[in-house]
Design a protein around this ligand. Structure first.
Ligand code: NAD
Length: 291
């Protein structure tokens, strides 16, 4: 199936990264966010990331300009109606995602593929609220999108094979690698990664070690490039909590119980890097642990 125009819903850290890599691969991109401020910030981020590539001699100024010209900004969801492929990358909330697909439906052509970048929510359940579950898939990019090589592909129960193959082809054109995951809570990456982060927060909560001690231990003792608190702040603590809740509810096992300390940080609005404060305070350099 020919995919020319790609509509992205949500211009946050994932949505703007997805727009960046699709435009680099010469797709026409339309980027939408229901917050004009976040749409603006998302475009600013793409500018900055492209400037970094210029500074590193990876692309020329002309390529930057061409990439930016391929990204259109739209302020109404319905303007994505002409797209061949939709990638939903709004916040990790099932009701929000369902409302987006419902809102799009009247404006889409029959051939349009619907995908979601959800980290954990059931693809089959999201697909079932649309008019085209056979043309619906999980399309899970990793953060930061321009750098990370993996994309998880998740079929819903009704997804047809040619749709899977189309997405596999797109992943190759983006210069990335796909892994197939069955549709279970958290898929593969977050099924393994998020309980590790949650366990690190429990270790902090129970006084086993400080933020710095736990991060240092995992970096130097397990060769992780980032400590679990650095990584949690990078992902966003609201997203981490939402994923733990999906694992807990979907797998009905107390081992996935979100740590109360994670809930407390989210309730405080200390969501990590995007709010300049999470397990670290990013107003100072180097960032200072908040516990
Ligand atoms: P984010 O908070 O950075 O951005 C979310 C964006 O969605 C915001 O700009 C917000 O204004 C917008 N939004 C909210 N409701 C909307 C609506 N109804 N219509 C349009 N836009 C809306 O979050 P993020 O980290 O980019 O995460 C987005 C999705 O990607 C989530 O489903 C998340 O689970 C998934 N994801 C996140 C990561 C990560 O590391 N952060 C990795 C992979 C996948």
């Amino acid at each position: 199936m020919e995919i020319t125009r790609v509509g992205i819903v949500g211009a946050g850290q994932m949505g703007n990264g997805i727009a960046h890599v699709f435009a680099m691969a010469k797709y026409e991109v339309l980027l939408y966010d229901n917050s004009v401020e976040n749409l603006f910030n998302g475009m600013q981020r793409i500018h900055k990331d492209l400037d970094t590539l210029i500074r590193r001699d990876k692309i020329s100024a002309q390529i930057k300009q061409d990439v930016l010209e391929r990204i259109g900004q739209v302020e109404r969801l319905r303007e994505l109606g002409s797209c061949d492929l939709i990638i939903e990358a709004a916040k990790e909330d099932e009701d929000v995602k369902k409302a987006i697909f419902k809102g799009l439906e009247p404006f889409l052509s029959e051939h349009t593929l619907l995908t979601t970048n959800t980290s954990s929510i059931s693809i089959t359940r999201l697909a079932s609220c649309t008019d085209r579950p056979e043309r619906f898939m999980g399309f899970h990019f990793m953060n930061p999108v321009p750098q990370m090589k993996l994309v998880e592909l998740i079929r819903g129960i009704a997804t047809e094979d040619p749709i899977y193959q189309t997405l596999q082809g797109i992943v190759t054109r983006l210069g990335k690698t796909s892994a197939s995951s069955e549709d279970f809570p958290g898929f593969i990456v977050n099924r393994v990664l998020m309980p590790m982060i949650n366990e690190a927060i429990y270790a902090l909560y129970e006084g086993v070690g400080s933020v710095s001690a736990i991060d240092k231990s995992l970096k130097l003792g397990a060769n992780h490039p980032m400590g679990p608190f650095e990584l949690a702040d990078f992902i966003g603590l609201d997203t981490c909590l939402a994923i733990m809740n999906v694992l807990h509810d979907g797998l009905a096992d107390t081992k996935y119980r979100p740590c109360p300390l994670l809930t407390k940080y989210v309730e405080a609005g200390w969501l990590g890097r995007k709010k300049m404060r999470g397990f670290y305070d990013y107003h100072v350099n180097p960032p200072r642990p908040t516990r």
